[in-house]
Design a protein around this ligand. Structure first.
Ligand SMILES: [Zn+2]
Length: 413
């Protein structure tokens, strides 16, 4: 029987709903009312909804969460428009990793977070200036002279909703130039505020060759500074001084992951299929999937060379052997846990915010390439069809999805 109270704003009808938080993988209708998930049932009559959208043939998941993006456009030279990394890529929540530091956070909030349709969070850089010029360095980037924990503390206290963690770096360059000081300070401010630390790994800055560390020593030293709940970024990177490097993972790394230190994919420019396979062979799986999407480091404000995306990264992990429910969990429920927001996002539990991704699983042969130009053959890939952001249905432009769409389809979109 229909009642006024029964009237939903929107029903997504007939999709394959995958919600790892509720152990659900079945054909269901998802009803939304007042910006929240109102019901998940086998069959919700169209008469009970103001609008019904047929999503049969598609996969319906909690809104995807990308734990690593760079969207401080115009203030950094490699930042993307936030919604191109977010809703226009099928993703409802994005986390900027360290583009903003305390000195530059106000601008990030005013010009990138607040106007975006996507939900945008920040892991604040331990460096006061953030990463103004990407990898190109300059005197202030990752320089211990530009750390002031009291200034950071003020921002963390003022913006507890927006600042969800601390971004630090641990690569050959930072160790060669400054030893452990950056990580120690990141650890200190994170512990003071009970926030996770997100640690970049793999050579990035210009290394002081006179003090270059032995590649394997970098991760071994890093492990002294991470705790359960922290994240090691770029888990499947090709870099010699990365999480894995050459050979096999060290017993200490395996133990750290067992103890609850999380591996994040952070695809970026160094994602490597061979590293992924060696990590998987050792039982080291990603807790979270993320992209590290950013503009070109060599030219100013240019995203035309970006060729990896959230759905592309999920698709590659499937081609490497992970199943769809696993990659959905690592893109929804797990990152929501890192953000300590599982009561709001990351699932389709009734009463939580209606952030939903509707994804097409396109079944056809496709080829992915990694940083070494190795080809990975895939039988299926994920392409976003629709997103619902706080109850509002949007069609993603897919503008930056060069890894999962043909050039002509991107033009048409
Ligand atoms: Zn990054």
């Amino acid at each position: 029987m229909n009642t006024a109270a029964d009237k939903y704003d929107l029903v997504l009808k007939g999709g394959r709903v995958i919600d790892p938080a509720q152990d659900l993988d079945a054909i269901r209708d998802v009803a939304i009312a007042g910006g929240r998930i109102a019901a998940i049932e086998a069959d919700i009559a169209a008469s009970r909804a103001a609008r019904t959208v047929d999503v049969s043939g598609a996969v319906v998941t909690p809104g995807l969460i990308d734990m690593h993006v760079h969207v401080y456009r115009h203030f950094t030279d490699f930042g993307l428009p936030p919604d191109d990394a977010g809703v226009n890529a099928g993703v409802t929540t994005i986390v900027d990793q360290g583009s903003a530091g305390a000195w530059t956070f106000d601008g990030f909030k005013a010009y990138c977070m607040d106007p975006a349709v996507s939900e945008v969070f920040s892991f604040l850089s331990v460096n006061l200036s953030g990463t103004l010029r990407g990898c190109k360095g300059g005197p202030v980037i990752q320089n211990p002279d530009y750390i002031d924990l009291e200034v950071m503390q003020g921002f963390i206290e003022r913006f507890p909703r927006q600042i969800r963690g601390i971004k630090g770096h641990s690569d050959s360059a930072s160790w060669s130039l400054w030893g452990s000081v950056m990580l120690r300070r990141a650890r200190e401010i994170a512990d003071r505020n009970k926030l996770p630390v997100y640690v970049h790994t793999g050579e990035l800055w210009k290394t002081d060759e006179k003090h270059r560390p032995e590649p394997r020593s970098v991760m071994e030293e890093t492990l002294f500074f991470v705790r359960p709940g922290d994240l090691l970024a770029h888990a499947y990177s090709s870099r010699d001084d990365g999480v894995l490097g050459k050979g096999k993972p060290s017993p200490r790394l395996v133990q750290a992951v067992r103890d609850g230190v999380h591996l994040d994919i952070g695809h970026g420019v160094n994602f490597c299929f061979d590293t992924a396979r060696r990590m998987m062979d050792a039982g080291l799986y990603p807790h979270t999937i993320s992209t590290d999407v950013h503009g070109d480091f060599a030219t100013h404000d240019n995203d035309s060379t970006l060729d990896y995306s959230m759905v592309g990264t999920m698709s590659k992990l499937m081609a490497l052997g992970f199943d769809l429910p696993f990659v959905v969990r690592a893109s929804t429920w797990n990152p929501a846990g890192v953000l300590r927001l599982q009561d709001e996002i990351g699932s389709l539990k009734v009463g939580t915010r209606a952030d939903v991704s509707v994804l097409d699983l396109v079944e056809e042969p496709w080829e992915f390439r990694d940083c070494n130009k190795e080809v990975l053959k895939a039988e299926r890939r994920i392409v976003p069809r629709l997103v619902v952001r706080a109850g509002r249905a949007l069609t993603p432009t897919n503008r930056l999805l060069r890894d999962v769409m043909r050039a002509r389809d991107l033009q048409a979109a």
